[in-house]
Design a protein around this ligand. Structure first.
Ligand code: NAP
Length: 317
C-alpha cells in the first residue's frame, strides 16, 4: 500500500511517500480503506519527536481518517464490511489501509458526509470536551479564544455562542477575522500584531489557549477567579507561569488531552453524536477543508505549520 512515513525526526524534509506492507489484521480489528486522512498539529509535534508516536520504523504518522471497512478480523461480524466509519485515535493513519480496533470505530449518522465527519472529527471532539468537560462557562460569560479561526477554534466558538456565551478571539489575517465574525464572534483581535492586548487585561471569565506561547498574555486577560484552558502549543512551548501571581488573583489553569476522554466505544459514540448533532441542527458551520494528495504530505505539513490553513487540512490517498 502507499503511505507517508519518516525514518528520523525533523523538519518536513524527513517525510517520504512510497510503498509499505499492508497492516496485519488482529481478531478485534477492521481494515479501513481510507478516503480522507486528517492532518493535525499533533502530527507536526510527532514528526519533530516532541509528542508520543508508536515505536515503529519507519514511523507512519497520523491518527485520524475516514473510509470504508473492506475486511474484518475473526472476532468482528462480516456485516460491518462496506460501512463507512471515522476514527480519530488510531495510529498509522497516513496510509491507504489502516487497522482500526473495533472499539475505536465512530459511526456516521445519516446526514453527515464522510468529508464533513473527518473535517470535524478530532478538532470537534476536542472543542466538545473543552466546552463541556474542562470549562463549562455560564450563559453571559465573556470568553476569549486564541486562533479562533483554526479547526478547534471555529467549532468551539460556535458551540459556546449557541449556548449564550459572548465570544471574542484572535486571528492573524483579514480572511480569518471575517470568518470568525460571520459566525457571531463579538470582536477579533490581530493575533500576530502588538499593541492590542493591554486593553483586554482583566476582561474574561475563560480564555482558551491552543497557541501556548500566549499563555502569560492570556492569564492577564482573566478576571479574578477566571480560568485559562490550555490545550495546545501551535505557536511553540508555553512560557513559565508565576503560580503565586495566579494564587493572588484566584486565577486557574486547566488542561487536558482528548485521549483521556475517549476511553471506550461508548464515550466515542456519545461524544461524536453530541458533536454531530450541532451540524445536523445547523448550529455550526465550518469552512471548507484544504485537501492535499497523500503524496504531497510535505506540502501539507508546511502549509499547516506556517499557519496558512483556515480550518481543516486533509490528505487524500
Ligand atoms: N488537548 C487536546 O486534546 C488537543 C486535541 C486536538 C488539538 N489540540 C491542539 O489545539 C490547537 C489547535 O489545533 P487546530 O487543529 O485547531 O489547529 P489549526 O486549525 O491550525 O489552528 C491553530 C491556530 O493557531 C494559530 N497558530 C498556528 N501557528 C502559529 C504560530 N506559529 N504562532 C502563533 N499562532 C499560531 C493560528 O491562528 P492565527 O493564524 O489566526 O493566529 C491557527 O489558526 C493545537 O495546539 C493542537 O495541538 C489539542
Amino acid at each position: 500500500m502507499k503511505a507517508l512515513y519518516f525514518k528520523n525526526f525533523g523538519t518536513s524534509a524527513v517525510l517520504e511517500y512510497g510503498e509499505l506492507p499492508e497492516p496485519v489484521l488482529q481478531a478485534d480489528e477492521v481494515l479501513v480503506k481510507t478516503e480522507y486522512i486528517g492532518l493535525n498539529f499533533a502530527d507536526i509535534y510527532r514528526r519533530k519527536g516532541e509528542y508520543h508516536i508508536e515505536n515503529n520504523k519507519p514511523y507512519i504518522n497520523g491518527y485520524e481518517g475516514v473510509g470504508k471497512i473492506v475486511k474484518v478480523g475473526s472476532g468482528v461480524g462480516q456485516f460491518n464490511i462496506g460501512r463507512e466509519v471515522l476514527f480519530v485515535d488510531v495510529p498509522f493513519a497516513n496510509a491507504e489501509y489502516v487497522a482500526v480496533p473495533r472499539d475505536n470505530i465512530i459511526h456516521l449518522p445519516q446526514g453527515i458526509s464522510s468529508q464533513l465527519a473527518v473535517s470535524v472529527g478530532l478538532q470537534g471532539l476536542t472543542a466538545d470536551f473543552l466546552a463541556h468537560d474542562l470549562s463549562k462557562p455560564n450563559e453571559g460569560d465573556q470568553v476569549f479564544i486564541t486562533g479562533i479561526s483554526g479547526g478547534v477554534g471555529q467549532i468551539l466558538a460556535q458551540m459556546l455562542i449557541s449556548e449564550g456565551i459572548s465570544v471574542y478571539g484572535s486571528a492573524s489575517t483579514k480572511a480569518k477575522k471575517k470568518l470568525a465574525l460571520s459566525f457571531g464572534v463579538k470582536e477579533v483581535f490581530p493575533s500576530r500584531e502588538k499593541g492590542w492586548s493591554d486593553k483586554l487585561a482583566g476582561k474574561f471569565d475563560v480564555v482558551y489557549d491552543g497557541v501556548g506561547k500566549t499563555l502569560n498574555q492570556n492569564i492577564s486577560f482573566l478576571k479574578n477567579r477566571g480560568k485559562v484552558i490550555f490545550f495546545g502549543m501551535a505557536g511553540g512551548t508555553p512560557p513559565q507561569v508565576d503560580l503565586i501571581d495566579l494564587l493572588a488573583h484566584s486565577k486557574s489553569i486547566l488542561t487536558g488531552d482528548l485521549w483521556d476522554y475517549l476511553i471506550n466505544f461508548e464515550e466515542r459514540q456519545q461524544r461524536s453524536q453530541r458533536l454531530f448533532s450541532y451540524f445536523l441542527n445547523e448550529k455550526i458551520a465550518i469552512s471548507e477543508p484544504t485537501i492535499f494528495s497523500l503524496a504531497d504530505g510535505k506540502k501539507a505539513h508546511d502549509y499547516l505549520e506556517e499557519g496558512k490553513n483556515i480550518g481543516k487540512v486533509l490528505l487524500k490517498p
